[in-house]
Design a protein around this ligand. Structure first.
Ligand SMILES: [Mg+2]
Length: 212
């Protein structure tokens, strides 16, 4: 018997504005407000570890200095991180993943790849599994996650970012090539700002340009 190449089913799960969403969940007074998690307990030093979607509207981003963030949004609320809580949530999410597969590759506290080519409950559909996981995260943790479903990790990760927050995006095998072709170079793994600039000077803007 010749082994047939099986199409893999990969899900990338990414919590939405993770630390900031946990703080908004636990502190109703922060809901609907621009908040950032980070800084120091005494003051507003340090960098932004996470920004709520309300804060992002002002251009506030993670890894930005707190000072810069404050300049962009005058009424920004600074929240000191509670890593024990984020770790607990992360473990709970992990336990939800394990209901479907043990092939889990965490990227951080709030992000992981799941290989559900063979799933433990024999559901068979990666899209269905992604829906269930998102629902269970909502029901059990009162938080939202975005999911990307595809045939490899790279595409699944890009997909999870396409309909954030609270989104589910599927890139099937037939769409993969056109999807990669249209993808801007800066979205490729390992391509940072500097490399992207160099590529653009060489007139390489998309996956299709790279391929040709
Ligand atoms: Mg996230």
């Amino acid at each position: 018997m010749t082994p047939t190449k099986k199409i893999r089913k990969i899900i990338h799960i990414d919590m939405d504005a993770f630390y900031a969403s946990v703080e908004q969940r636990d502190h109703p007074e922060y809901r609907g407000k621009p908040i950032v998690v980070g800084g120091s307990p005494e003051g507003r030093g340090g960098v932004v570890a996470a920004a709520s979607y309300e804060a992002r509207k002002f251009g506030v981003r993670s890894a930005m200095s707190s000072k810069k963030a404050q300049q962009l949004c005058k009424h920004l609320i600074f929240v000191y991180p509670r890593f024990e809580v984020y770790k607990e949530v992360s473990q709970h999410i992990r336990s939800i993943f394990h209901r479907y597969t043990d092939l889990i590759e965490p990227l951080s506290l709030d992000e992981a790849f799941l290989d559900v080519t063979e799933d433990k409950q024999q559901i068979g559909s990666a899209i269905e599994i992604a829906k269930l996981i998102r629902q269970e995260i909502k029901d059990e943790l009162n938080l939202t996650a975005s999911a990307g479903v595809s045939v490899n990790k790279f595409a699944a990760k890009v997909a999870s970012d396409m309909n954030k927050p609270d989104g589910l995006t599927f890139i099937g095998p037939s769409k993969l090539e056109s999807f990669m072709g249209k993808l801007p170079v800066e979205k490729f793994f390992g391509v940072g700002k500097v490399t992207a600039e160099k590529m653009k000077k060489l007139n390489l803007h998309t996956g299709a340009d790279l391929k040709s």
